[in-house]
Design a protein around this ligand. Sequence first.
Ligand code: ATP
Ligand code: LTN
Length: 334
Amino acid sequence: MIGDKKVLFSGMQATGSLTLGNYLGALKNWVSLSDEYECFYSVVDLHSITVRQDAAELRRRARNLLTLYIAAGLDPEKNCLYYQSHVSGHAELAWILNCFTYMGELNRMTQFKDKAAKHADNINAGLYTYPVLMAADILLYQADVVPVGKDQLQHLEITRDIAQRFNGIYGDVFTIPQAYVGKVGAKIMSLQDPFRKMSKSDENPNASIYLTDDPDTVIRKFKRAVTDSEANIAYREEQPGIRNLIDIYCACTGKTPEETVKEFEGKGYGDFKMAVGESVVDVLRPLQERFSQLQQDKAYIDGVIKNNAEKANYYATKTLRKVQKKVGFPERVR
Ligand code: ATP
Ligand code: LTN
């Protein structure tokens, strides 16, 4: 607890341009939860270097991501928006937690298996211990709740296991966090292959809607979206492409799948795709406008970065000192 509020932590990597999946599955929920909780939203740049990055590009993307957090509606006066690399406690706690995590547990992580297959020439130790760093992020702020898309649930489970193991040895040091997965948009699928999640690192640009896509591009990508030959707008597993489009439409308009199916009864796929595209354009427009305004205001963004890193450091250090003492590191001499 901070004051009378429960604590929320989440983060995103600055690897690639954000997609509609990232927005509907994560960022949108972050905004809706931000009044209720004391929130920490990090740009997790330490995680980003588990795959090879161009330094200048990573720096540019990280800043854009932080700016996008604000553009999406997170008030930096109320929410702590900061770079993970500006708070050294993340790496320090990760090291300690590495010593409380079993290789057997890490071997089971599906994201590691996926990424190792994708980057077979660079299967580094950081990629392997990625979930431990993620656990450190969360536990450092004693977070109660962690909003993520479905793909991150396994990492939340290991975080809870590590925290419980540590608490079992040293007493109640860490709050045990809960995952929060939104009801709509928790897993937006690729527009080109509805069996795969929409991902910012997809090689095919038509598979993902990027938050920076202009209206024409958005409409064009929806027109090309892979569906089926049933010619029937129904919300069912046998029609994953159409189902995904219904999910997107619902997440953007607030309608339910039932209402949507009714609305488009007797209509063709072409009309429906157009309507989905337009609903997405309506969601993206204000976000893009605010983003380009904010980008111009360098001094403002710099101020946010500085103030929030100080705030994050304050809370992180509190937990870190407690943990260091518990494991037996000597007290600092003042
Ligand atoms: P990458 O493709 O580089 O692995 P990613 O697109 O999966 O990246 P992350 O940075 O790993 O994005 O995820 C940021 C947040 O967005 C996480 O909470 C994740 O669960 C959520 N998310 C990512 N993709 C989707 C999706 N297709 N649908 C819903 N939520 C998603
Ligand atoms: N692993 C997450 C990003 C991430 C995160 C976190 C999310 C790093 N640390 C802490 C929630 C809480 C991802 O790839 N989406």
